[in-house]
Design a binder for this molecule. Structure first.
Ligand code: HEM
Length: 239
């Protein structure tokens, strides 16, 4: 079967969605690990150093970002096409729940996948604009280990002092948790990895994974809103 024919079939699109989703989950794990360095008691030195190391990868970072963007676009396009295909198939008007094997399988997360997906689709560009590009404003710089680096930590902490941003992020992270919970087992199902014997275990792992990831991200806005202090220009040089 040619690549185009695989893409044209619903099963092919589901596989594309599953594989791209797994790569996006891997990205989120590394992104969370990097972000958790903000909790080091060093006024952001470790986090700023980590962000600086990433930036110094130069062209390699651009390649990784282009790859991530391509994977993301595949995921979004396949998801919309599968969703619209299902909607068209249902246009006949038969009972929706019955056609899916009863409401037990139609979980809240499954029904809301398209909604949580659209929220994340809006969130991601806004998030990148805010944090990667400091919403178009000049960055401040700090010294880490004798080197002058961008004070990205200050951007994050300052943003989360704003209640709208902190609680807006918290709400989006809860929706991310729902999206991941369903996405986890649904990707394994599309890849044919769900056997009845393993289904309960896979559901449980999916739930734990979603709780850890969304919970980890969610700690950041809440912690910095309640306890964050914007570091002075001279701080953050502890490493
Ligand atoms: C509270 C949670 C989060 C914080 C504090 C945070 C922080 C940041 C920061 C500081 C950057 C810019 C520097 C860097 O690339 O490391 C960034 C970039 C990015 N974030 Fe987040 N992030 C959060 C959650 C998320 C979530 C949930 C997603 C995806 C659903 C996400 C996707 C991205 C992407 C795609 C980039 C651009 C990466 C690049 O171009 O290299 N972030 N984030």
């Amino acid at each position: 079967m040619s690549v185009i024919r695989i893409w044209q079939s619903t099963v092919g699109k589901k596989v594309v969605m599953a594989v791209s989703g797994i790569f996006l989950m891997l990205f989120l794990i590394t992104h969370l690990a990097g972000n958790l360095t903000m909790f080091a008691p060093d006024d952001g030195a470790l986090f700023n150093q980590y962000a600086h190391k990433l930036e110094s990868m130069g062209v390699l970072l651009y390649v990784a970002e282009a790859g991530l963007l391509a994977i993301f676009l595949f995921h979004v396009v396949a998801a919309f096409q599968v969703y619209l295909g299902k909607k068209r198939a249902r246009a006949g008007g038969y009972d929706r729940d019955a056609s899916k094997g009863g409401p037990s399988k139609l979980t809240v997360a499954s029904r809301s996948m398209i909604i949580t997906g659209i929220v994340l689709l809006i969130f991601i560009p806004v998030h990148i604009w805010m944090f990667k590009f400091n919403a178009g404003q000049e960055f401040t710089y700090t010294e880490v280990g004798g080197e002058e680096v961008k004070n990205l930590y200050a951007v994050v902490v300052e943003s989360f002092q704003n209640p709208w941003i902190a609680f807006g992020y918290t709400a989006v992270m809860l929706l991310l948790g729902l999206h991941l919970r369903h996405g986890f087992w649904s990707s394994l199902q599309s890849l044919g990895a769900m056997s009845p014997r393993w289904t309960p275990a896979i559901y449980a792992v999916g739930l734990i994974f979603a709780l850890l990831l969304a919970g980890g991200f969610l700690l950041l806005p809440l912690y910095f809103f309640f306890f964050g202090e914007i570091p002075d220009a001279g701080m953050g040089g502890g490493l």
